[in-house]
Design a protein around this ligand. Structure first.
Ligand code: ATP
Ligand code: MN
Length: 537
């Protein structure tokens, strides 16, 4: 048979409808996948030994092209609506066959991997990719079974990823030529028309966001996690670009994981076995751990080189702002093994507030924590190339609405139980603007954010006097080691105080309006924690 590499004896791609491929390469080492990529002309090595590829037409996820097959499992359980689009099961079967026949005659790469670092929740995933570098991505991002485990590997879920296959919407039932479709009956994630590797990663995340809360009572979370020398776990929730990956890479603390975790009875565990870090403006000085992880075995996406060299120009974002690197978690020196820690002592909600309204750090009551979790606020700064200067508000429930197959109330309910039963501190951290909104102020210095988080974790913010921020009612520390005191209250950093008050009010109004859709699922304590718009006489 045309199958090569390392695999279980009875494992075959024929079972997946791929008997007609030219060759299936199983579980190749990183070095072999890198070599294949270079031979195929799909990538090149950088001066630090990392593999650089272009993902093609798509350099980011395409949320509108993500579907869930409507079946007996999902029918009454999935939160259908603006993030979870229905897909017809018959159309899926046809599309699957069209994808597998497209792969016929081609070489494919198969990777046996798993999700969930806690043995109790381990989920075996087989990933079949059209390109060797997408397979390297799966190797780097998911957990890697031992050689022995591969010999008896039985996949529970399968991902088939064929970026070169373009759907025909009228025939295939897709929105456009690209798609990522989850089928719970067949336990398959089918990806086509897009080479963006994030679809593979977030496909599994979506799946776990269904299985774990629904079937196992585990809270699944869009957060990073790290652990102190005394075994104190911290988790960092946040939407894209708010700092999960950056802030969890802390030389003083062990890294549990950078993006997706579960919180079971008494532990926090990583879903993944690697990190997917942003590379824009990366420097060795500001983010040494990530910088040093970009070496042989790491996969860089959509970067540019400095002219005439193989050295990466991280400032150059001409292909996309979303330049990325995927590396196995052990490329970070102090990653903990296995990626598991105790239940968290500190929870940080990261928000990149481009309005410069929210304090750089504040402590939340349980009601406020629930309110902000359900709200999931951040503000995105529009791409500079479009000449847009106004930041855009985003409310994304549970700091990850795009990946939630269940109603946000389900996740909130699980978090609520955890907050009421344990003594855990919850902090809101604004990694966004200070001294004014985008265009006037500037982004919070990373070193300041790091110092505030360190102080919160060390208990130093418990000792200082707090003041209450009007409108949002947040508790702001008045002092923090290694941070200039004047930045702790955002109003102080604005020249125009009236402008600040007006912005705070308008942000509060947006919060209130957004929350209306969830009000029926919230109790009095949560509703009371809402910001209160102050009428200016
Ligand atoms: P994603 O979910 O897309 O992976 P993320 O939450 O992991 O996003 P990061 O990759 O950590 O986000 O991106 C944060 C970016 O913002 C980094 O490029 C970082 O250098 C930059 N940054 C600038 N100032 C700060 C700050 N004060 N705190 C955190 N990050 C900052
Ligand atoms: Mn990240």
């Amino acid at each position: 048979m045309n199958e090569y590499g390392y695999k279980a004896k009875d494992a075959t791609v024929a079972k997946l409808g791929l008997a007609n491929v030219a060759a299936a390469y199983w579980n190749l080492d990183a070095s072999e996948l890198i070599k294949e990529t270079i031979i195929r002309g799909e990538g090149e090595l950088t001066d630090t030994g990392a593999l650089a590829v272009d993902t093609g037409e798509f350099t980011g996820r395409s949320p509108k092209d993500k579907f869930i097959v409507l079946d007996n499992i999902t029918k009454d359980t999935v939160w259908w609506g603006d993030v979870n689009f229905k897909f017809d099961p018959v159309k899926f079967d046809k599309l699957y066959d069209r994808v597998t026949s497209y792969l016929g005659g081609k070489e494919v790469y198969v990777r046996d991997s798993y999700a969930c670092a806690s043995p109790k929740y381990k989920l075996n995933v087989r990933v079949v990719t059209e390109t060797p570098w997408a397979n390297l991505f799966a190797n780097n991002l998911f957990l890697r079974p031992t050689k022995e485990e591969i010999l008896s590997f039985v996949p529970e879920w399968t991902i088939v990823c064929a970026p070169g296959f373009k759907a025909v919407p009228a025939e295939d039932g897709t929105r456009q030529h690209n798609f990522a479709i989850l089928n719970f009956t067949r336990k398959v994630i089918l990806i086509g028309g897009t080479g963006y590797t994030g679809e593979i990663k977030k496909g599994i995340f979506t799946l776990l966001n269904y299985i774990l809360p629904q079937e196992k009572g585990v809270l699944s979370m869009h957060c990073s996690a790290n652990i102190g020398k005394n075994g104190d776990t911290a988790i960092f929730f946040g939407l894209s670009g708010t700092g999960k990956t950056t802030l969890s890479a802390d030389p003083e603390r062990g890294l549990i994981g950078d993006d997706e975790h579960g919180w079971s009875e008494n532990e926090v565990f990583n879903f993944e076995g690697g990190c997917y870090a942003k590379c824009v403006d990366l420097t060795k000085e500001k983010e040494p751990q990530i910088f040093n992880a970009i070496r042989f075995g790491a996969l860089l996406e959509n970067i540019e080189f400095t002219d005439g060299t193989s050295s990466v120009d991280y400032k150059n974002v001409s292909k996309t702002e979303n330049t990325r690197v995927a590396y196995p978690i052990n490329f970070i020196d102090n990653a903990v093994e296995p990626s598991v820690g105790a239940a968290p002592k500190n929870i940080f909600f990261l928000t990149c507030d481009a309005y410069g309204v929210l304090p750089p750090i504040s402590k939340l009551t349980t009601g406020q924590a629930m309110y902000h979790f359900i709200s999931g606020y951040t503000a995105k700064v529009a791409g500079t190339e479009m000449g847009i200067t106004e930041p855009t508000l985003t409310f994304s429930a549970c700091f990850g609405k795009a990946f939630l197959p269940l109603h946000p109330a389900k996740y909130a309910e699980l978090l609520g139980k955890k907050l009421s039963s344990g003594n855990v501190n919850v902090w809101l951290v604004n990694t966004g603007w200070t001294g004014g909104s985008y265009g006037v102020g500037s982004r919070m210095k990373l070193s300041n954010t790091r110092a505030m988080i360190t102080a919160a974790m060390n208990g130093e913010l418990e000792k200082v006097k707090m003041e209450t921020m009007p409108v949002f009612g947040l508790q702001m520390p008045t002092a923090c080691p290694n941070v200039p005191a004047e930045i702790l209250n955002p109003r102080n950093t604005w020249k125009d105080k009236d402008a600040y008050d007006a912005k705070a009010n308008s942000l509060a109004t947006s919060f209130v309006k957004n929350f209306e859709q969830y009000a029926s699922a919230a109790n009095e304590e949560i509703i009371k924690a809402a910001p209160k718009v102050v009428e200016n006489a």
